[in-house]
Design a binder for this molecule. Structure first.
Ligand SMILES: [Fe+2]
Length: 316
């Protein structure tokens, strides 16, 4: 069974070992995490001013809400301050900066009551992030920007940590997704009409209970393996939930094809082109990338998705 560790004294090696056996690590807000979520909050509040962002959905037509959130996300994602704060957070939480690779952080919004269920706030089926071509050693770092409750959280379905799920990840190719799948997300308002490619999803009925959810204050952190089956809870809290998340992978597991068990992952391509080394922003070494995709396409630049206003793969 999984264990939830609060504010652990364990170092990164042992923490990773336990994350890869399904444990979840939770941290109280601390200066480095709060700096990142408070910076996000300042951008969110600038974008929605004079409205309170968590209640803005009550007074804005959904089209207007999308117009605000669309440019807000890339502003946060690509802001130089965002990257500085993310690196400070990794250092503070004990990561080896020479061996830790990270992706740009994403900002997500989960509106309440089905106000916005497509495009920029697309709600994901139960999924493992590793179905989206990320390596089995991917770790997910998730932080809320505002207070939230169980009714607007995400759920872990721990029964499936070591039980395979019949799923459509064999249809998922990360390069194709970057080229076509996400580009249209910001245009979607009511119904999600994206046809190809489809996000990977379970192809069999699941026993989603028992599940567990973790609720932390703003600036709190939930750290978990990208192999966990998880899903966004339909938000019935009456308030929009804003969160930040990003992904990391450690060179030792990358080289060893290690990490969490990969029991039902059949996707193709790799997200490793998108990661950068924490110490100097160097890309993942070519020989390591080839362990995950022996024949990567030559059009590297075209492969690396530049988030404009779209939905990141494997959200929560
Ligand atoms: Fe996810």
């Amino acid at each position: 069974m999984s264990t939830i560790y609060f504010d652990t004294h364990l170092g990164d090696e042992e923490r990773r070992r336990r994350l890869y056996s399904g444990d979840v690590f939770v941290y109280s807000p601390r200066p480095s995490t709060k700096a990142l979520t408070e910076f996000a909050r300042s951008l969110i509040e600038d974008a929605f001013a004079p409205l309170d962002p968590v209640h803005a959905q009550d007074s804005l037509p959904v089209e207007r809400f999308v117009e605000i959130v669309g440019p807000l996300k890339p502003r946060f994602i690509h802001h130089p301050r965002t990257q500085e704060l993310l690196l400070e957070l990794l250092r503070d939480l004990g990561c080896d900066m020479e061996k830790t690779y990270f992706d740009v952080p994403r900002m997500r919004v989960a509106t309440s009551g089905g106000y916005l269920t497509a495009g920029v706030a697309y709600v994901l089926h139960p999924h493992r992030d590793i179905w989206y071509s990320s390596p089995p050693c991917q770790l997910n770092w998730w932080l809320p920007v505002y207070p939230f409750e169980s009714e607007s959280s995400f759920a872990f379905h721990q029964k499936y940590w070591d039980a395979p799920v019949k799923n459509s990840s064999h249809e998922y190719n990360h390069y194709e997704w970057n080229r076509t799948g996400r580009a249209n997300a910001s245009k979607e308002v009511k119904a999600d009409t994206r046809k190809q490619p489809k996000p990977p999803k379970p192809l069999e009925p699941l026993e989603l209970e028992p599940e567990f959810r973790v609720v932390v204050p703003p600036g709190g952190l939930i750290l978990f393996s990208g192999a966990h089956l998880h899903s966004t809870v339909p938000n019935t809290s009456g308030r929009s939930r804003f969160s930040i998340d990003f992904r990391t992978a450690h060179l030792d597991e990358l080289k060893a094809l290690g990490g969490a068990p990969s029991i039902d992952r059949e996707c193709t391509g790799t997200t490793l082109f998108e990661l950068r080394r924490a110490s100097d922003l160097a890309p993942v070494p070519e020989e390591v990338i080839r362990l995950y995709d022996p024949n990567p396409p030559e059009d590297r630049e075209g492969l690396v998705y530049k988030p404009a206003a779209a939905v990141p793969a494997g959200g929560m």
